[in-house]
Design a protein around this ligand. Structure first.
Ligand code: PLP
Length: 382
């Protein structure tokens, strides 16, 4: 399949007709267990925690879309991150991007740190800071780029080179970009993580996560963690994500066109400050975005001054929904300090630059003029 271009892969990878019936869509195999063919022999499946034919198809598609060796589907993005760090031992050191998804920090700080794993948050937008933070016991560098909600980029290629010279693995949370717009493995990263809840599924109707490894060793490790820890995606969710993937390249085109138009509108608005969107030349890492991304996506954030202004703005929106999450067909607006970063302390948020007036937008695939009109009337209400 890898000889094909992206849109072809999205439609066909993992979606060969069903060998039994010829069904052009992947059947839902709702079976917990599978009849064995003898003692110690089977038809490729024995128990659905270890493997399920519907899940296999999605995992094949995920590996193809990220250019990885194997894909692994989990019950949520957080279950995928839990699986990502499950092989670490007490005494290991983990470096993580500072401006990371709040749920990732909550998992690391409230659970993983209790296992004796040392977690250090580093400004990974500066590769030298990553290099300086590396210790003899560093095992993994986990990057989120662009970050949430400040859209700070980390240079995947440079950091991977630094890490690999010391035998350290690099994982990248690629949720904000989707596999259409950034492929970390091609840039040198070892493992890619996605919350499939977002652009991959794309319709805000399911929760899921994925890890894509780049070597046979990752495949063995990640199959083992799926089987041992059990946070696997259900066949129905796999079906939904696979269905979403077929239209992802089309959706992303519209997300991007709308994203760019909205960013350009917001940039000139007097009530909007500190707009962060990598597709604007004013973004301090525009050149890096051009180099490592295939597009700029449809996530952005800005400051509207105060928490009161944020509440007025969110309350006045008509098309944009005041809701967490991102990457679905509908446009969403959210108040970062009380949603995605609600579990981060006020002092930490202040240090990260996530102010009380920070609004995050996920631009959907509606008509861009309607979206700009909606933002315009809501900004006028502030
Ligand atoms: C949503 C999200 C997650 C968590 O994924 P869930 O599917 O909600 O568990 C992790 N990282 C990023 C960047 C996200 O946006």
């Amino acid at each position: 399949m890898s000889q094909y271009k992206y849109s072809t892969l999205a439609v066909h990878a993992g979606s060969e007709p069903d060998p039994l019936t010829g069904a052009v869509n992947v059947p839902l195999y709702l079976s917990s267990t599978f009849e064995l063919t003898g003692v110690g022999t089977d038809r490729g499946w024995d128990y659905s925690r270890a493997g399920n034919p519907t899940r296999d198809r999605l995992e094949t598609a995920l590996a193809a879309l990220e250019g990885g060796f194997s894909g692994h589907a989990f019950t949520s993005g957080m279950a995928a991150i839990t699986a990502l760090v499950a092989h670490l031992h007490a005494g290991d050191h983990l470096i993580c991007s500072k401006d990371v998804y709040g749920g990732t920090a909550r998992l690391f700080n409230q659970f993983i740190a209790n296992y004796g794993i040392e977690i250090e948050y580093v400004t990974t937008d500066v590769p030298e800071a990553v290099e300086k933070a590396i210790k003899p016991n560093t095992k993994l560098i986990h990057l989120e780029t662009p970050s949430n909600p400040l859209m700070v980029l980390s240079d995947i290629r440079t950091i991977s080179e630094i890490a690999h010279a010391k035998g350290i693995e690099v994982s990248v949370d690629n949720t904000f970009m989707s596999p259409c717009l950034q492929n970390p493995i091609a840039l040198g990263a070892d493992i890619v993580m996605h919350s499939t809840t977002k652009y991959l599924n794309g319709h805000s109707d399911g929760i899921g996560g994925a890890l894509i490894g780049s070597t046979p060793e990752h495949k063995e490790r990640l199959i083992l963690v799926q089987k041992a820890a059990g946070g696997i995606m259900s066949p129905f969710e796999c079906f939904l994500v696979l269905r979403g993937i077929k239209t992802m390249p089309l959706r992303i085109k519209q997300h991007e066109e709308n994203g760019q138009a909205v960013a350009e509108y917001l940039q000139q608005h007097p009530k909007v400050t500190k707009l962060a969107y990598p597709g604007l030349k004013s973004h301090p890492q525009y050149d890096l975005a051009m180099k490592q991304q295939k597009g700029f996506g449809s996530m952005m954030s800005f400051d509207i001054g105060t928490r009161e202004n944020a509440a007025k703005f969110l309350g006045a929106l008509k098309i944009f929904l005041n809701a967490e999450s991102l990457g679905g067909v509908e446009s969403l607006a959210s108040h970062s300090a009380t949603t995605t970063h609600g579990s981060v302390s006020a002092e930490e948020r202040a240090e990260m630059g996530i102010t009380e007036g920070r609004i995050r937008l996920s631009i959907g695939i509606e008509d861009k003029e309607d979206l700009i009109d909606d933002l315009d009337q809501a900004l006028a209400a502030v």
